[in-house]
Design a protein around this ligand. Structure first.
Ligand code: NAI
Length: 571
């Protein structure tokens, strides 16, 4: 039997808190997510969680409050706490994850490029100071390769007599906007360790934790340095794909090619694949830019300037893309934005998250304001206060936020009296593309990835084996709660006797894919009615039905497509 484990996660951010919640949800371990930011912890302990992720509310509330989490009404104990008691929780834990922020350095050597590891170092020193028994320390934060060596050195140099630490690398690959689905059903779990017997044993312990809900074949163990570098490498390659397609979008705009078609054609090549080939106003989010810059710095310190320049190009194209799109707006609006109203739809760096860190909207809104525009922003999730804070940080002295910026509670107010609408985030509610008919609606693809156990055609789920009915019900309950999070509707489980007359029973559960397409969309006819003429729409995400908008009288400008003038309107 697995010994009962206590887990402490340092850092209640976008990674630490959802990770802790999912571990608590999928295992019996006691999980403490700790942070010295009391406001953040209070928010995690409240009804209004500080981070929006689909399914997170259910997972946090069921594990934190111990309310019924399973479809069959089984009540579970609470095994997740959020606390500012960093030291007490470290002391009590067997496994400690470091999930603190690793931003880009803002001063000193490597300023503007290198990862600032002071939070990792501080957390490490606290662990060493507090731990009175052996601990496994897991690097969850994204760090430059070889950081585990420094972590180990700090721990050993400050350890209480007789206390031993093993350091593992276990980088997080969740993507914001689908964090819970990624945590429940990851593509892979990397666990890096030293190749010593103690290192391998520690890795095995962590494998045991994950294998409670992740297929064993997806849990990969490797050497520490490969694991650390693999995270930076993956982010650099993902960002590079976006810069590839954005660089092509500039060529498309000048030639009449359509970036959608070009990306589609490339993506059909199985060696290239379809993911991350959507042109847009530039990538954002807290990770891509900082992680590529960290790789650039790492390359430079290793004496590899050509490699550094290669990766720097990915960031440069991203800046170019934001600048290019801003210039397109200005030039279409007769080269001046002074006293014009620009409605910006979408401020988060992508849909389904409230996160605006490094969002291209920050740069673009700042640019519009410095051109003298009145800017009205609407985003379904971004918090008003955070938008103001980030714009204040980004603005130059000439930008008067107070008089020229409005943050609106709905799209109609933002667009009322506007000369142009600029769509910067691909929120479904902005799209005017026809909704699919009910027949073609499918379950969340993440759910269908579990097709080994979920058979949507047979409309049921049959767990493997002919175990005792109690065990089966338990297995089904866990599976069902995961399904619920994945937007699959489930009926009540019921026991049937085994068809082959073997001992035991089987549990059947009716399963129907839930509708995942949102029903609510903004009304572009109403938007058009309220705007100043001529009215423009700039589709920075290529999510709109441009023909329909043209028929409403919009002049439509799309990223990665030549200007759609009235001459080529297809009615
Ligand atoms: P975050 O900024 O949202 O959260 C970090 C938290 O750590 C903050 O609440 C901060 O107060 C806390 N903290 C810092 N030092 C502390 C200490 N010594 N003791 C207690 N609490 C401390 O950061 P986020 O986004 O969760 O990222 C964490 C790490 O995960 C970073 O290295 C990031 O690169 C990586 N990562 C982030 C992903 C994302 O989508 N946000 C995805 C995958 C990895």
């Amino acid at each position: 039997l697995t010994p009962f484990k206590r887990i402490c996660i340092i850092g209640a951010g976008y990674v630490g808190a959802p990770t802790g919640a999912v571990i608590a949800y999928e295992t019996n371990f006691d999980v403490a997510v700790v942070d010295y930011n009391a406001q953040r912890i209070a928010a995690w302990n409240s009804a209004d969680l500080p981070i929006y992720e689909s399914g997170l509310d259910h997972i946090v509330k069921s594990t934190r409050d111990g309310i019924s989490k399973h479809a069959d009404g089984v009540t579970t104990r609470s095994n997740l706490v959020f606390t500012t008691d960093v030291e007490g929780s470290i002391d009590a834990a067997d496994i400690i994850f470091i999930a603190v922020n690793t931003p880009t350095k803002t001063q000193g050597r490597g300023k503007g490029y290198a990862a600032d590891l002071r939070f990792v170092e501080e957390a490490t020193r606290t662990i060493a100071k507090v731990a009175k028994a052996d601990k496994i320390v897991v690097e969850k934060s994204t760090v430059p390769v070889k950081t585990a060596e420094s972590v180990r050195m700090i721990l050993m140099a400050n350890a209480h007599p007789g206390v031993r630490f093993e350091v593992l690398s276990n980088p997080e690959y969740l993507a914001e906007g689908q964090a819970v689905a990624d945590l429940l059903d990851p593509d892979r779990i990397l666990i890096g360790s030293l190749p010593t017997p103690e290192g391998l044993k520690a890795a095995d312990t962590l494998v045991e934790v994950y294998s409670q809900w992740v297929e064993r074949s997806k849990i990969i163990t490797m050497n520490l340095w490969s694991s650390e570098l693999a995270k930076l490498a993956a982010n650099a390659m993902l960002a590079q794909r976006i810069s590839n397609v954005n660089a092509l979008s500039a060529i498309c705009e000048k030639t009449g090619a359509s970036v959608d078609e070009v990306a589609y054609a490339c993506g059909l090549d199985h060696r290239i694949g379809k993911g991350m080939l959507k042109a847009g106003p530039g990538f954002g989010g807290s990770c891509f830019r900082k992680d590529i810059l960290s790789l650039v710095y790492l390359s430079e310190t290793l004496g590899l300037p050509e490699v550094a320049n290669y990766w720097r190009g990915v960031v440069d194209i991203n800046e170019y893309q934001k600048d290019r799109f801003t210039k397109r707006v200005i030039s279409c609006l007769f080269n001046t934005l002074t006293n014009k109203k620009i409605a910006v739809l979408g401020f988060t760096f992508k849909k389904n998250t409230a996160d605006i860190r490094e969002s291209p909207a920050i740069t673009m809104v700042t640019n519009f304001l410095s051109e003298g525009a009145q800017v009205a922003v609407y985003d379904p999730r971004a918090r008003k206060q955070q938008i103001l804070v980030d714009l204040h940080q980004a603005r130059d002295d000439t930008v008067a936020l107070e008089n020229n910026l409005m943050i609106c509670g709905d799209a109609y107010r933002a667009c009322d009296g506007a000369d142009a609408v600029v769509v910067l985030t691909e929120w479904d509610e902005f799209s005017n593309v026809d909704l699919p008919t009910p027949e073609v609606q499918t379950a969340d693809p993440v759910a269908l990835r579990r097709s080994t156990v979920l058979d949507p055609n047979a409309n049921n789920f049959v767990p493997e084996g002919t175990k005792h009915k109690e065990e089966e019900l338990c297995a089904v309950s866990a599976f069902l709660s995961a399904l619920k999070v994945r937007n699959v509707k489930v009926g009540s489980p019921h026991i049937t006797s085994d068809e082959e007359g073997l001992e035991g029973s089987r549990v059947r559960v009716p399963v129907t894919p839930a509708q995942t397409v949102p029903q609510w969309r903004i009304d572009w006819v109403r938007i058009a009615r309220g705007m100043r003429k001529p009215m423009f729409v700039f589709d920075g995400r290529n999510i709109l039905d441009h023909g329909k908008l043209q028929r409403l009288g919009f002049r439509v400008e799309v990223i990665g497509k030549a200007s759609l003038t009235e001459a080529n309107v297809q009615c």
